[in-house]
Design a protein around this ligand. Structure first.
Ligand code: FAD
Ligand code: DHB
Length: 390
């Protein structure tokens, strides 16, 4: 079998890349280890930056997003039992849209299926070879266990942090940068209307909490927990009680409770692999970099990468290697900005069990400054709504 671009992974990065390539008349095959339903239902990120939304609209994938997505012009920083609104739109002229990552993934899978574009689910044994030649090859087994060899011009490694693409680059080539945090997020999806129209990022001595949403009927909430925490220790009652404590405010806020539909614990990590390209293998999204979720940047970075990559591959396949040669540097500028912002939001909002009195006072000072200075709030807002694409 032969294609121009073998795309490993059907997350937002892989599916969007395949679709962008299709719009440029370039053939791609997407290979995914999980099954179709799992990929469509996996609950993850929810905040789409304005550039992400504009790109989805531009390529004709904005119809459901424009009906079901929830535009937000601000959010609240909650600390000292009070709300401090970050007026995103007033400060930047831009907004964000709450639209679940799995909805974008569903829209992309539907668009592939409507156009007969190949996405193979439930593949196994994916192996990359010849990435430092002009004719790389991907070997894999399909859902029935039949072995295939996919010859291509380029491999796009969009297979997330635990995929096989990044490890296919020799250690001598790849430099990695990591920060682990002494926290994780326990995320829940609940059938209950949001308790406020806006997102609430709450700093509390017992730990960070986040109030978000997916629709007028569905609330998304997160609690900072220990990375070694066992989900079995968190009954629904305990989750609601902890959320109520951490989101408490002097005012009329009441946390609306309801049945919990989904819960999971996500570790938090900062990670960057450089360069994002080796020969004919290009990494995009979580395969190349991870951010802690506090800045809501993970999925948006994946989108930004593949926008650059689709253009670079178009040029490369037409004989112009220059954009492909600068792919890694171009992406890494945005990646490191998002790494800093995500680290900054994480550090400002979480309660570090090992922090001393000095660190705690610095943290409170940063929160108060961000909440009271138009300049500081504008800087936060500019990063949060998404810097313009390169
Ligand atoms: P992924 O979405 O990880 O997609 C990679 C795909 O590759 C997957 O479908 C995987 O099954 C597939 N794959 C893996 N190995 C192979 C292989 N060998 N062969 C073929 N396919 C393979 N960000 C936020 O901003 N907020 C959040 O609340 C948030 N929650 C998250 C929760 C979890 C559990 C995780 C893991 C991430 C979360 N993120 C969050 C980050 C955000 O979801 C990611 O940044 C985003 O999914 C990146 O998209 P991607 O396409 O690069 O990678
Ligand atoms: C959501 C996730 C985030 O990481 C964040 O910063 C804000 C909202 C969410 O899932 O809704």
């Amino acid at each position: 079998m032969r294609t121009q671009v073998a795309v490993i992974g059907a997350g937002p990065a892989g599916l969007l890349l395949s679709y962008l390539l299709h719009l440029e008349g370039i053939d791609a095959v997407v290979l995914e280890t999980r099954d179709r339903e799992y990929v469509r239902q996996r609950v993850r990120a929810g905040v789409c930056e304005q550039p992400t939304v504009e790109l989805l609209r531009e390529i004709g994938l904005g119809a459901r997003l424009d009906v079901e997505g929830l535009p937000h012009e601000g959010f609240s920083l909650r600390f000292d039992r009070a709300d401090h609104r970050i007026a995103l739109t007033e400060l930047t002229g831009k907004s964000i849209t709450v639209y679940g990552q799995q909805e974008i993934v569903k829209d992309l899978i539907d668009a592939h299926e409507a156009r007969g574009l190949p996405v193979e689910f439930e593949v196994s044994g994916v192996e990359l070879s010849g990435v430092d030649t002009e004719h790389p090859v991907v070997r894999y087994r399909d859902a029935d266990g039949v072995a295939h060899t996919l010859e291509c011009d380029v491999i796009a490694g969009c297979d997330g942090f635990h995929g096989v693409s990044r490890p296919s680059i020799p250690d001598s080539v790849l430099k990695t940068f990591t920060r682990d945090y002494p926290f994780a997020w326990l995320g829940v999806l609940a059938r209950t209307p949001p308790s406020d129209e806006e997102l609430i990022y709450a700093h509390h001595e017992r730990g960070f909490a986040l109030h978000s949403m997916r629709s007028p009927e569905i609330t998304r909430l997160y609690l900072q927990v220990d990375p070694a925490e066992d989900l079995a220790n968190w009954s629904d009652d305990r989750i609601w009680s902890e959320l109520t404590t951490r989101l408490a405010v002097d005012g009329d806020f009441v946390l609306r409770e309801g049945p919990i539909l989904d819960k999971g614990i996500t570790p938090m990590r900062s990670f960057v692999a450089e360069p994002m390209r080796h020969g004919r293998l290009f990494l995009a999204g979580d395969a190349a970099h991870i951010v802690p979720p506090t800045g809501a940047k993970g999925m948006n970075l994946a989108v930004a990468d593949v926008r650059v990559l689709s253009r670079a591959l178009k040029a490369l396949l037409k004989g112009d290697p220059a954009p492909a040669e600068s792919y890694s540097d171009t992406c890494l500028r945005r990646v490191w900005r998002a790494e800093h912002f995500s680290w900054f939001m994480t550090t400002m909002l979480h309660t570090d069990p090992d922090a001393d009195g000095f660190a705690r006072r610095l943290q409170l000072s940063q929160l108060r400054y961000t909440a009271s200075s138009r300049a500081a709030a504008t800087s936060l807002a500019e990063n949060y709504v998404g810097l313009p694409f390169a």
